[in-house]
Write a protein that binds this ligand. Sequence first.
Ligand code: PLV
Length: 324
Amino acid sequence: MAEHFHLNTPLLESVGMSKRLGTTVYLKMENSQPSGSFKVRGIGHLCQQLAGQSKGVVCASGGNAGMAAAYVARKMGVPATVVVPSSSPQLVVQRLQDEGAAVKIVGKVWDDANAEALRLADSEGLTFVPPFDHPLLWQGHATMMAEVAASLGAGEKPGAVLLSVGGGGLLCGVIQGLKDVGWMDVPVVAMETVGADCFNAAIKAGKMVTLPDITSEAKCLGAKTVCKQAFEYSQRSDLTVISELVTDRQALQAIQTFLDEERVLVEMACGAALAAVYSGLIHRLQDEGRLPTLLRPLLVIVCGGSSISLDQLTSLKHKLHTET
Ligand code: PLV
């Protein structure tokens, strides 16, 4: 079996973003992973540890964790079942099936699908693959930061890391990776969309909270409750985690600008992070003194995502411009 399933992804300099921010912006191109997102790092690692002798894996997903589970399971020769909520577009269901997974559509949002996946794991004896809440996932995601450190070379260190938060697995993995390479003092800007903002809501409340519903179009950020480890990191005084929100419209605008400037199409979950640069939020954080004015290079995790196509982009444009 392969040593691992993920690739060492390119670290690209973005001319357009660098020009906007007045500092170098690096893009960690996780969209170019097999299965289309960073998820294969953590899920590959978890499955190697837990699913070797498995009669099958089951994963509940907004889409991308499922894509990674299906890919890894196919490579391991193990059957995969992916449970998605009805909010996942048909194109995601199709891509999961093309990847060889059996797909079940259960419930309205990810939390509903997850309850069904847990039930199936129990009743069918399948290995449960969580999309964001497991130390093995964070360990797998952490490899991203070791790669960035190697690509940047000695002496160069990012001024901040920009990423998206759904259930918080990527955040936990990146923080773990920052620890591993000795960059604990690097602030992390954690982005969500309004309506898929469980991390921001927990920070505001000062405790873990469960959102009543997911109303954002960034369905892959749509966990109602953030994982406990992510919340705990946000409360620590030796780490800087800045939680911010953008609207769906800003995330959509960011996808389009990114497509134009970088010629890469990513989904809304990723657009949330990109929007921090394009909407001027990073500048605002600098003005407010929450990020240094003379920022060292900004590292953007381009988390990717399969839940997008030109048709899907067009339908999002119609939906978000006519609704309000
Ligand atoms: N998506 C999860 C959880 O959905 C999933 O099942 O695929 N960027 C992309 C493209 C993602 O797919 C996700 C998570 C994230 C960012 C956020 O990662 P997290 O959940 O580890 O914070 C409900």
